[in-house]
Write a protein that binds this ligand. Sequence first.
Ligand code: CP
Length: 309
Amino acid sequence: MVTVTHSFAGRDLISMRDYKRDELLTILDEATLYEGFEQPILAGKVMASLFFEPSTRTHLSFSAAMNRLGGGVLGFADARVSSTAKGESLADTIRVVENYCDIVLIRHPMEGAARLAADNTSLPVINAGDGTNQHPTQTLLDLYTIRQKRGRLDNLKIAFIGDLKYSRTVHSLIETLTHFDNELFLVSPQSLRMPPEFIEELDARGTVYTEDEDFFSIASDVDIIYTTRIQQERFPDPIEYEKVKNAYRIDRAAISKIGDHVTIMHPLPRLNEISTDLDDHPGAAYFDQARNGVTVRKAVLAMLLGVSR
Ligand code: CP
């Protein structure tokens, strides 16, 4: 094991706004070195994994990444078994947990919770999703998958479909794509349009985009479809969810109208927005995204912990 002075050592990963294009590309390049890599370079390091919201991929792929590199994991996947259920504040929880670990991973329903955690510890903090705000490591694995499938991160036509209002994976990725030169198509029901602050950011950065409700009016020559689950748990009014829950469904017949060249992405979990008849389609990338999560998260953990392979 070689411990290095690395520009990423000790940093937090809270928002994609905190990382420049060159830094993102460095992480993605570094991640390629972690494909299948399983040496105990993180032996003696411990990750606290604090999940205040449900998760399968993020929780387990971070744990897998840590385990594959020889590190330890402690924490909880259900906040009801932590002392927050007795009313302990998040700030106090972090100030206590920092005594037990070297890095903190947190998912929380409140926007800004990961930043609040980082403000209460000198340890690196990774945002595993904070409300509708950000999900930075999902974005890194999405970028990694896009580059793997398309060979580049610029000069692409990318359609985002579904819940653009509440999906933090979309918000994180859209913001990050402003560092690159692509054409974006934002397809959603009126009630689930991209929030104004993200649209303003696209405008400020000169990103070319179109907003539409009809997928097929824009779909003919897109390179990538990035579709998302309608985020039922974020709706204040269940009736509003019922109105839009089946707004878009992509299946083999729909994709055949677009052409088999298209890459189909989804952060998962899916409900019915991607038919299972697409799972063996050559462009289906969503299970590759989930697999790439371990590779990318291995690199992120090692880099923030200041350890190189
Ligand atoms: N994509 C994603 O964040 O999945 P989980 O909610 O299962 O972690």
